[in-house]
Design a protein around this ligand. Structure first.
Ligand SMILES: [Zn+2]
Length: 244
């Protein structure tokens, strides 16, 4: 049989050079509709499975993805961009961070206007900054867990999944800020604590850390990365010309 796509000979249901199916029919409206339905359902199943695994046993799930289970799990870049898009939409709409700021209005003066502008900026760019600093997180986890044998790109995957999951948590946390009878800064603190705890948990599980020293190493990688993220944030804010 000759492949209709790459013209090389092959046997079986799919061409093993390019993946083209052996039989193709003329495209019909009915076929387009079933194709769309099938890909949406399949995408959702992969997405929900990945979201569940990253919530229940993230370290193990990411190791399996890296070891070769590329079909079962939603690819990290797609997962990240889908969740990132939803988060950007929500933060731009609901002004989460500048809304929080109204409860700490007491400072006044320059600091006041600085923080006011900074939180407005965080509203607009928080998701983007989170995504842009994934390479920084990957660098520190790569350097501090060199012995686990993963390369830098694999640490990019690890941290892309962590960031995605933190953004997903953020989406779940947003409605809480509307209904929970707690002060806004408590809720923000709770969110930060949960995301930091999640990050540490994934690092420890991913690297199979069993000793106090290796847990400390995970804390160190996180500390350096968050410091780097804060610095980048302030730099972008100060020199990026982003005054709103
Ligand atoms: Zn082919």
């Amino acid at each position: 049989m000759v492949c209709k796509n790459c013209t090389r000979p092959f046997e079986g249901l799919y061409c093993y050079h390019c993946g083209q199916p052996a039989t193709t029919r003329r495209i019909t409206t009915r076929e387009i509709l079933t194709d769309i339905l099938f890909s949406v359902v399949k995408v959702n199943r992969g997405f929900l499975f990945t979201a569940r695994e990253l919530s229940l046993r993230p370290g193990r799930a990411i190791r399996l993805y890296l070891a070769g289970q590329r079909v079962t799990y939603y690819a990290p870049h797609k997962y990240l961009f889908f969740i990132g898009a939803v988060t950007s939409f929500l933060t731009s709409r609901y002004h989460t961070f500048s809304g929080q700021y109204t409860s700490v209005n007491a400072y006044g003066g320059d600091a006041h206007s600085f923080f006011k502008a900074f939180f407005a900026y965080a509203d607009a760019y928080a998701t983007l900054i989170n995504i842009v600093t994934i390479p920084v997180f990957a660098l520190f986890s790569f350097l501090l867990f060199r012995r686990s044998g993963y390369n830098y790109a694999e640490h990019l995957v690890l941290n892309a999944y962590i960031t995605s999951q933190q953004l997903l948590l953020f989406i779940g946390w947003l409605p809480l800020t509307r209904v929970a009878p707690l002060p806004a800064h408590w809720l923000l603190g709770l969110y930060v604590a949960v995301t930091l705890g999640y990050n540490l948990w994934v690092y420890v599980q991913f690297c199979g850390a069993r000793t106090a020293a290796s847990v400390l190493r995970a804390v160190g990688a996180m500390g350096l990365a968050y410091l780097g993220q804060l610095l980048l944030n302030l730099l972008f804010f100060r020199f990026g010309g982003v005054y709103l």
